[in-house]
Design a protein around this ligand. Structure first.
Ligand code: DX5
Ligand code: ZN
Length: 225
């Protein structure tokens, strides 16, 4: 694993009428992944987009598509999102009873399974499925909208997840989603985040390439060498 974190701009904050421009910004900034938030208007109080969007974006990029399903009973849609080209397919622990089964379903369809937790869910609730995931997405805002402030208490969950990973000798990536910006990134990296998702701060940045380099702490790792 590189000493720099993976950056994943979230397309939710893009102008949907100018996806070509959004993808150009993402590519020119040398992003590592593209984060894509699917919202169903039931699990979260907002509706975003479905598999067609994933498929269309996939035609215009070689970057891994990091698909975050904020959808109730996601088992109904795994095949559709796998076909659409998701590389990481992340479901919420809170969105289905049969989490273990759905994670297997994701793997059977050729995607890397991820699990996400909302701010009120403890990391310890993941104990039974840690061997079945490749990504743990810790939400640091209540899901549904971009542009919210990170909930400071959630930082401890990143530390707890990193500890649990060490104890269990697991290798899943720890991703942080919500309110990630230049101010919050350093403490998230120190706590053990491997992937930083950023929506509004990325699309608002005057220099998106410099912004992602700052998020990843590249200046710091150079200085530390
Ligand atoms: C929120 C989404 C996030 C969102 C992050 O429900 O899961 O991925 O795009 O947006 P910012 O970075 O603006 O908090
Ligand atoms: Zn997300």
């Amino acid at each position: 694993m590189s000493n720099s974190v993976i950056t994943a701009p979230s397309i939710l904050s893009a102008d949907f009428s100018d996806l070509t421009g959004a993808l150009a910004r993402i590519h020119e900034a040398h992003a590592d992944w593209i984060h894509m938030d699917v919202m169903d208007g039931a699990f979260v109080p907002n509706i975003s987009f479905g598999p067609k969007m994933i498929q269309d974006v996939g035609k215009r990029t070689d970057l891994p598509l990091d698909v975050h399903l904020m959808v109730e009973r996601p088992e109904r849609y795994i095949e559709a999102f796998a076909r659409a080209g998701a590389e990481y397919l992340t479901i919420h622990l809170e969105a289905t009873v049969h989490v273990h089964r759905v994670l297997q379903q994701i793997r059977e369809h050729g995607c890397k399974p991820g699990i996400a937790i909302v701010p009120s869910t403890q990391v310890s609730a993941l104990a039974e499925i840690l061997d079945d995931i490749e990504l743990l997405l810790i939400m640091t805002v209540n899901p549904g909208f971009g542009g919210q402030d990170l909930i400071p208490r959630c930082l401890m969950k990143v530390t707890a997840a990193a500890e649990l990973r060490r104890e269990r000798e697991a290798s899943f990536l720890i991703s942080v989603d919500g309110g990630v910006n230049r101010e919050t990134a350093p403490s998230l990296r120190r706590a053990g985040a491997d992937v930083l998702v950023s929506g509004s701060a990325f699309f608002d940045a005057a220099d998106p390439k410099q912004f992602l380099s700052d998020l990843a702490g590249e200046g710091e790792s150079r200085r530390a060498r």
